[in-house]
Design a protein. Sequence first.
Length: 503
Amino acid sequence: MTLLSKEIDAIHERETQLSGPYPSKNPNELLRMVFLFPFSHAYSLMCGGPMGLYDLVNRSPGIPAVAERALQYDCLVHDGNRLTTSDGEPYRSVESPLPVSEADVVGLSMVNSGDLHSALRLLDLAGIPRRAVERKSGVHPLVVGGNMGLANPEPMADYVDVIALGEAERSLPKLLRIVHAHDSEPTERAHLLEQLARVPGLYVPSLYEPTFLPGGGISGITSRTRAIPGHVQAQYLTLAELHDAHFTYPITDGTAAGIHPVVGCRHSCAFCNLGIPPFRQAPLGMLTDYIDHLEQLKVRTIIISAPTFTQYKHRRELLEHIRAYADRAAAEGDKVTTIIGSIRADEISSDYLNAVAELGDFGHLFTELNLSQARGIITIAPEWAAPDLVALYGKTQTPERVDKAIELCGANRNINTVMLYFIIGAPGEREDDRLAIADYAHRIRRLLGRPDGSVIIKLHQFMPKPGTPTQRLRMADPDVVQAYGDQISDRLRSLVGNEDFER
């Protein structure tokens, strides 16, 4: 048995379907769609977009397709930026031994626009030509992209056949029905692409002509034919149109599972596209029933995957429900850990911190995956240390609001760690602004007022986001941004000393 087969068998052994069994489908009469995940197994289960669509396709008798998952398996061999299978066997999915290259449709869900190269790496691994013009109808799969990393589709226009803008719960089923009908009565791929381009939310790059500005950038995009819309609008669904797997992980590996209590954000910062989709909240009963199911399966790590969890109107009731589960597990000698995403400093209250502290073990996903033990951690995103940059980019979390939040954290004996997110490399940033991040973190640690207190800094490169006021600003060179990060580290080390820096 090959290493890849052994790893996939191990995945089967530890996976449990949380959303109930799928109806029986005859794969011989249906399309085969494979979602490519640029992550290992544990991380892939956290990808709400493609996992929700995977569940939708397999759960819906009226969708003429079966969905599979192909991962960045641990046994793959890394050769520079390329991946190969260790035994030279074809790259395959978790569900089928058939090569990914023989699928009818391949899905690329890109969460981060800074990770677009991983899509090309997975296409290479599967033996699928990178460029759309090199792929032939009836020989190669249709390559469909989506998620926030492709909200600006033009950087991948030469490589992806179709891009689903916004939420794809409506557009993807329509795409699969059209492709299924096309395969039953084959015509030229150009005709297929024209049909797909008429589906709301589906953008077919090859059928549109961008007008480039001198020195880079695009001034406009026009359709090459009158048979398709001149403009493609991202699709967002109502709460009633979203199925359960949009809010809850459909599969667990037996150790962790998660929920998405909210979609979107009530705020509209100039650099962030979280506020573009309409704000929607999962029904409380859906989430508490899901937690009860996790308890039955003894899944002891719960991930609350939401950058705006403090905006969820039922957060107190949900946390109380999780706490009751944790208390029952503790009576059996087990520990439940709750992982919560970052929260806004201006939405922190003592009541919220007390409710989180009562969970027992709680932390943040980054620390959970990178530290040897869970910490009592609260994560806040000031984004910039310089007040003028905070104001310039429309961030409402002023230093005064962050200080107030830290004082509340310091008053809670269960919180000993604060993680701070900052953006570097934004236009208008000066060297003093970057170095101020180190001073900011040093001040926050003192303000926390705990001998065991820690501050973790997470730096993110500025990336212009489509649909925001900053969408046409330049992105700094990644190598330059890396040097900026080193400068901040050196400054912080000089402020606190080697021992505290390495702690």
